[in-house]
Design a protein around this ligand. Structure first.
Ligand code: NAD
Length: 428
């Protein structure tokens, strides 16, 4: 088996979805090729600093006890405490947490946030648990992780299968054991206990801001821009509605059942998001197309905002959009990405486009440690300023080095992380 340091640029067998950890290592290796960076630092960054694996026993409602396995992967903390989501999903694994934790390191670095990268979760189907069972699972998981999380150590946030209520239980369990209320141990909490205004819509808002900036870069007025959005959940609906408000024509939106298509433009506010009415997009549509067809629509901008691995070697040739803005995490496989790059399709990567979530998490953490709540207006203004500043840093690399937008974002992130390792050195 090839060692991680010798991975080829694209996977040999791409019939299977590539594991997140492999994609993440490949992208790191690729970005390192553009930089004068100490190979020893790159080697360190290919591996997590630690992966915590815990067993989480819970009493089910029928009195039986069931064991689940939980993980927290710490990738890198050279620039600050570890930061990343906790997911409850049957496919959660050690490797998945390591790969997603690496992405968090780059996402925080490209945004210049004083955080490192982490990811964790429990291999469980949360739909099979009652609310009481989920609460017991979360509180026990908090206890198992208590020594490795904390507001200056590692700050979890919601992810797939977890939500603000999960974060409230986690914060409560942690605070109870520590003997004081420690709001800054998690982000994505309900505002009444220290959560931030604007956190929920932040990833979609950042996708919309970056779409606006990329259209400006290519001299495309939003009023003349058509957009297709896959997924109408938190990221997809917020991005679509803001772009609609700012003048773009949203011609397609979708959920798991299929896509609504209207070349004259959809009134996005009249279609309920996943949160408002789950999987109801097609109920409101006159014209329904498939999610596969949505990805190949002849639009100016395509925003995949539902799942990973949807643009692959099988369909990348058929993507007709000029620009792809990645709303979901990892929607483009390595081979899909290479095909789009060859065809001159501009892909704005997830680590920049959807980084509004972790950026407002950073604002939440600042509010918690300062015991001071910000207004929604302040959150949105500061988010816009952070997104513009990250965009400018990435655009400078894109123009100077004539690389793809993804490479430019990785170059910004890896330069910052590499330089921090360089100046801190290796202890002892
Ligand atoms: P969500 O659960 O709110 O919504 C997901 C949407 O995708 C729903 O409309 C659902 O119907 C649709 N969907 C599910 N399966 C589909 C399929 N096979 N084809 C088409 N649509 C499908 O999720 P979200 O929070 O909006 O997250 C979407 C993506 O964005 C994920 O990749 C997530 O990791 C990423 N992301 C989320 C956040 C966040 O804070 N919410 C932040 C950054 C990145």
């Amino acid at each position: 088996m090839a060692s991680p340091s010798r991975l080829p640029e694209t996977p040999a067998d791409s019939s299977e979805p590539e594991p997140a950890v492999e994609t993440a290592r490949r992208q790191l290796q690729h970005a390192a090729g553009h930089l004068e960076i100490d190979p020893n630092i790159v080697e360190r960054l290919k591996h997590p600093t630690k992966v915590h694996e815990v067993r989480v026993p819970i009493e089910r409602d029928d009195g039986t006890v069931e064991m689940f396995t939980g993980y927290r992967a710490h990738h890198d903390s050279v620039r600050g405490p570890y930061k990343g989501g906790l997911r409850y999903h049957p496919d959660v694994s050690r490797d998945e947490c390591v790969g997603l934790g690496m992405w968090m390191t780059w996402k925080c670095a490209v945004m210049d946030l004083p955080f490192g990268g982490a990811k964790g979760g429990i291999a469980v189907d949360p739909k099979q648990l009652s609310s009481d069972e989920k609460e017991r699972l979360t509180r026990r998981f908090a206890e198992e992780l208590r020594n490795v999380i904390g507001p200056t150590i590692d700050i979890p946030a919601p992810d797939m299968g977890t939500d603000p209520q999960t974060m409230a239980w986690l914060m409560d369990a942690y605070s109870m054991q520590e003997g004081e209320t420690i709001a800054g141990v998690v982000t994505g909490k309900p505002p009444v206990i220290g959560g931030s205004e604007g956190r929920e819509e932040a990833p979609g808002r950042s996708v919309a801001i970056i779409t606006q900036l990329v259209c400006e870069h290519y001299d495309r007025p939003l009023e003349e821009t058509s957009v297709a959005v896959q997924g109408y959940g938190s990221v997809g609906s917020n991005a679509a509605r803001l772009l609609d408000e700012w003048g773009a024509t949203i011609v397609a939106i979708s959920d798991v059942n299929g896509a609504m298509y209207d070349p004259d433009g959809i009134d996005t506010k009249s279609v309920p998001s996943h949160d408002e009415e789950p999987e109801a997009v097609t109920d409101h549509a006159d014209d329904v197309i498939t999610n596969e067809e949505l990805l190949t629509l002849d639009v100016d901008v395509l925003i995949p905002a539902a799942l990973g691995n949807v643009i692959t070697e099988d369909n990348a040739d058929s993507v007709a959009a000029d620009i792809v803005v990645e709303g979901a995490n990892g929607p483009t496989t390595s081979t899909g990405d290479a095909i789009l790059a060859d065809r001159g399709v501009q892909v704005i990567p997830d680590i920049l486009a959807n980084a509004g979530g972790v950026t407002v998490s950073y604002f939440e953490w600042l509010q918690d440690i300062n015991r001071r709540a910000w207004s929604l207006q302040r959150v949105n203004d500061e988010l816009e300023a952070e997104m513009r500043s990250a965009w400018q840093a990435v655009r400078a690399e894109f123009e100077d080095r004539e690389v793809t937008w993804r490479d430019a974002a990785y170059i910004v992130a890896l330069s910052r992380v590499g330089e921090a390792h360089e100046v801190r050195g290796l202890w002892p």
